[in-house]
Design a protein around this ligand. Structure first.
Ligand code: ADP
Ligand code: MG
Ligand code: ZN
Length: 624
């Protein structure tokens, strides 16, 4: 499916922190620099040797000439005064040299001498305090830098990434969600809890703790959770399960702890954990221990859910499209004990969703949203949002002033069968495809009680889809009867049968049809008990997600070799029957097949009405 949508709104722009990398040095650095200068100046002033610097030999000369009046002997230098001023001063300084006889000499010349009572604190201080200060300074400066920004930098990875959506930030309400009425109904109750928690707790009732939204991808689970926060006007903490499971061991658990601490301070509020399955998969005994981090996080989550005060109005919501992989501990009472199914919308729901998403779109007056809704069976809310966007883009590309029905049709075609491909088919290939699709379409029209054909196309789309026949269900179906399924088998085989009849050969284009037909026939036999020979027994051992497509490969259930042979025989019988049914129908309407194919080769895309007209013209007398 093409994804030309803009990213979903709702993530508020992240403000940059004041000390984000790249900004100017913080005040601390300036203080440090100033301090450094003052200290250096002080040292220079205090340490400046008073008086003229002389060499030690010079000093000795003065001493021997009896010119020295006084000497202060320091550990490293000698300071003294001369009896007569020389070079304008009597003071002098000289570096001290190891000279054991100095004292004797001083005594002999009757020079006043004394040891230096040094006040060296400043030097000492400068010696070690300063580097320490410098270190501390840089340390705190970098700490600040690294943890700068609301995202939390390197140093704050343990802190929760939960962003607090302030009350007015959540502007989503139930009016923005459609087609999931049952879920909405259940969640309205939660909104009520959050709005007036006292009303329920005063009677001794406990507010539900956890609500799990379960449903296929794109059905609006995230949207619903935000709508609950918007309706209840409470803060909304949202985190994705995968965000918990990253980086280092222990970080996830710390995040969970932090999230709950933050939330408790803000009650009433909602904590929303999206994609819970990333975090809450069944814990397994793993010899490699590679899932320890996730399990630790999950355990912490369970502990927090049990631990927090039930009287505080905190609702923990979570969403998943794979409920079957969740750890059973998550679903126990007191945890996510409420489960809300968010399913794909039915035809009315699709219409409502389309109306929501076309609110800001300029529509041509002839656009019929109900028709678009009818064409898009199986679309989830997100697909419908995508469809509207795609149609708007198409209209813009065509420089139209409004989005018209054709744009919607084309957008739907694209979403259903993949983008139009540029590669051209050879005339021979086109003919094969035309016969093939005409075969599908005719069988679909000729068998009773099936969805009427909406459109046939031999315009190549995406990989693998060389053409398609689209049937438009008159209503959403939740149950299919055996007769319907057998007819559907015939329709699936109709393409291949038409190739056989008209061209005397078959192509690889029918491979997908065959696979689908075989899968369906096998399910009829092994899952739905629709084969009399096998009986009403389910031999299926498939445990699959109810929402995701079944993976490839058919896993056979635990049954005997003999049963396997019986099943294979029944599948084969169903397929042969369907093939025969398609063959008879197409033989009877051989001329219609020809007409439809010729017409298709000209116009490439045929509407259902034209197909039925062509068929009506050529009903042979034998049919009556
Ligand atoms: P999920 O979380 O179930 O995968 P999202 O809530 O993320 O689906 O849906 C993605 C987008 O699709 C939404 O932002 C919204 O625009 C649209 N959408 C999905 N479901 C609905 C719905 N029921 N009503 C209106 N819009 C929907
Ligand atoms: Mg989601
Ligand atoms: Zn086909």
């Amino acid at each position: 499916m093409p994804t030309l949508r803009t990213p979903p709104s709702g993530q508020p722009p992240r403000p940059r922190g004041p000390a984000a990398p790249g900004s100017r040095p913080s005040g601390l650095t300036w203080y440090l620099l100033a301090g450094l200068l003052v200290l250096a100046a002080g040292q220079a002033w205090f340490m400046k040797p008073p008086g003229r610097a002389v060499t030690y030999s010079e000093f000795k000369r003065y001493l021997r000439a009896d010119q020295v009046a006084e000497v202060i002997v320091g550990p490293e230098s000698l300071q003294g005064t001369l009896k007569q001023a020389e070079a304008g001063t009597t003071a002098f300084t000289t570096a001290r040299i190891e000279d054991p006889k100095l004292v004797d000499e001083l005594d002999a010349r009757c020079v006043k001498y004394t040891g230096e009572v040094t006040n060296r604190w400043l030097t000492d201080a400068l010696g070690w305090v300063f580097p320490v200060l410098l270190l501390v300074g840089f340390w705190s400066f970098f700490l600040k830098r690294m943890s700068g920004g609301p995202e939390g930098g390197v140093m704050s990875f343990a802190r929760s990434k939960a962003k607090l959506f302030a009350e007015d930030d959540v502007t989503i309400s139930f009016a923005d969600v459609a087609g999931v009425d049952e879920a909405e109904q259940e969640l309205r109750e939660i909104v009520e809890f959050l709005r007036t928690p006292g009303k329920y707790t005063s009677l001794g009732g406990k507010i539900p703790k956890g609500v799990l939204l379960v449903g296929p991808p794109g059905t609006g689970k995230t949207l619903l959770a935000r709508a609950v926060a918007g309706e209840a006007k409470v803060p909304f903490f949202s985190l994705s399960g995968s965000e918990f499971v990253e980086m280092f061991v222990g970080v996830g658990a710390a995040r969970v702890r932090d999230l709950f601490t933050q939330a408790e301070a803000k009650a009433p509020c909602i904590i929303f954990i999206d994609e819970l399955d990333a975090l809450g998969r069944t814990r397994v005994q793993n010899p490699m221990g590679s899932h320890e981090e996730r399990e630790q996080t999950l355990n912490q989550l369970l502990a927090e859910m049990d631990g927090f005060d039930a009287r505080k109005a905190i609702i923990i919501m979570a969403a998943t499209n794979r409920p079957e992989v969740l750890d059973p501990a998550l679903l126990r009472p007191g945890r996510f004990d409420r489960q809300v199914l968010v399913d794909k919308p039915d035809i009315k729901g699709r219409e409502a969703v389309l109306r929501i998403h076309t609110r800001g779109v300029v529509l041509a007056p002839e656009v019929d949203i109900a028709v678009v809704a009818a064409r898009t069976a199986g679309f989830a809310g997100a697909d419908l949002a995508n469809l509207v966007n795609e149609a708007a883009l198409l209209a813009a590309r065509g420089n139209k002033t409004a989005v018209d029905q054709r744009d919607f049709d084309e957008a739907a075609d694209r979403l259903i069968a993949g983008l139009e491909k540029k590669r051209v088919m050879s005339p021979r290939e086109r003919e094969i495809v035309a016969y093939h699709e005409a075969g599908h379409a005719l069988v679909a029209t000729l068998v009773p009680s099936l969805d009427p054909v909406h459109k046939i196309s031999i315009v190549q789309r995406g990989f693998g889809a060389l053409g398609y026949t689209m049937q438009l269900p008159l209503e959403d179906r939740y149950l299919l009867q055996r007769g319907d399924l057998i007819n559907q088998l015939a329709v699936l085989l109709g393409g291949r049968t038409a190739e056989e009849l008209a061209l005397g050969d078959i192509s690889t284009g029918a491979q997908n049809d065959l696979q689908r037909a075989t899968d369906m026939a096998r399910s009829m036999v092994t899952e739905w008990g629709m084969s009399d020979a096998v009986g009403a027994i389910s031999y299926s051992d498939r445990r699959q997600s109810p929402f995701l497509e079944a993976g490839p490969g058919s896993d056979r259930g635990p049954y005997a070799e003999e049963t396997a042979r019986l099943i294979d025989g029944e599948v084969k019988r169903l397929m042969t029957q369907a093939h025969e049914q398609a063959r008879v129908l197409l033989m009877t309407h051989r001329d219609a097949l020809e007409r439809v194919t010729r017409r298709l080769l000209v116009i490439e895309v045929m509407e259902g009405a034209e197909l039925r007209a062509l068929l009506a013209e050529s009903v042979p007398p034998s049919h009556a």
